[in-house]
Design a protein around this ligand. Structure first.
Ligand code: SF4
Ligand code: SF4
Length: 257
């Protein structure tokens, strides 16, 4: 999608979705239908029948950073380091010590040069992104309702309403938000919300060479995402915070936060 049309789409969608976020529960689905009438969402799209989420198979991630590059290109994320909608961390364990690094968010992959002389006991890569929390602290603290959850499970920011106060950035326990230096408003992963309603995958998922990322519909009980969740041991990040992430990890232990 061209930048201009994507902006128009998000503007239309965002305005309507703020109304959804602020509306009483009974009105939410009716308002969602209004949004769905936007020509870029199929007219027969039923918001109540979907709940989007992602699984990440850490055992498959090779730390190539293709997802980081694809995300920045797809979403116009500033190229400078420190601005990421998704990034990759490397965990290296030396006995009791765990060393975590993420040079430039993993954008160029990971070189072996930074490693110590001794070999780590264990080394693995962990892609990170907005967890699309069911109970999202960012939504709770936004003073103007600019951060909101859609009925199908994404957490978005409406740039028209955001006043750049950074409350959500401080509130996110996963460090997934940043203040966009170009727009001056809060920015974060949207699960590529502009792509998923016509069956396309988020850009990070589409560009992962090892299928370490799996996007899907949690309400599709027989779908690939639920099948993956059933067949693998799954963790979410910081479960003690009761944010109820919709990003699920396979292959991590409690040392990953
Ligand atoms: S991960 Fe952070 S930005 Fe994403 S929904 Fe949760 S609290 Fe909000
Ligand atoms: S593209 Fe896939 S394999 Fe490469 S770093 Fe991202 S998740 Fe890992």
């Amino acid at each position: 999608m061209a930048d201009a049309s994507r902006r128009d789409f998000l503007k239309t969608l965002g305005t309507a979705c703020v109304a959804i976020a602020l509306a009483p529960l009974a009105e939410k689905l009716a308002l969602a239908d209004e949004v769905a009438s936007d020509k870029q969402i199929p007219a027969d799209y039923d918001w109540s029948k979907h709940k989007w989420g992602m699984a990440i198979d850490v055992e498959k991630c090779i730390g190539c950073g293709h997802c980081v590059v694809a995300c920045k290109e797809e979403n116009g994320v500033p190229k400078e380091p420190f601005y990421f909608r998704t990034w990759v961390e490397r965990y290296q364990q030396y006995g009791e010590e765990t060393v975590v690094d993420s040079p430039n968010g993993g954008y160029e992959g990971f070189s072996l040069e930074n490693q110590r002389e001794e070999k780590p006991d264990k080394s693995f890569f962990v892609p990170k992104l907005c967890n699309a929390c069911e109970h999202s602290p960012c939504v709770q603290v936004c003073p103007v309702g600019a951060t909101f959850e859609t009925p199908d499970g994404a957490v978005l920011v409406d740039a028209e309403y955001c006043i750049g106060c950074r409350y959500c950035i401080q509130a996110c326990p996963y460090g997934t938000r940043f203040l966009n230096p170009i727009t001056g408003v809060a920015d974060k992963c949207t699960l590529c919300y502009h792509r998923i309603h016509d069956g396309r995958q988020p850009a990070c998922v589409e560009n992962c060479p090892t299928q370490a990322r799996l996007f899907g519909d949690l309400k599709d009980k027989q779908g690939p995402l639920n099948q993956f969740l059933r067949e693998h041991k799954i963790h979410v990040l910081k479960p003690h915070l009761n944010t109820y992430p919709k990003v699920f990890y396979h292959g991590i232990d409690k040392e990953v936060r």
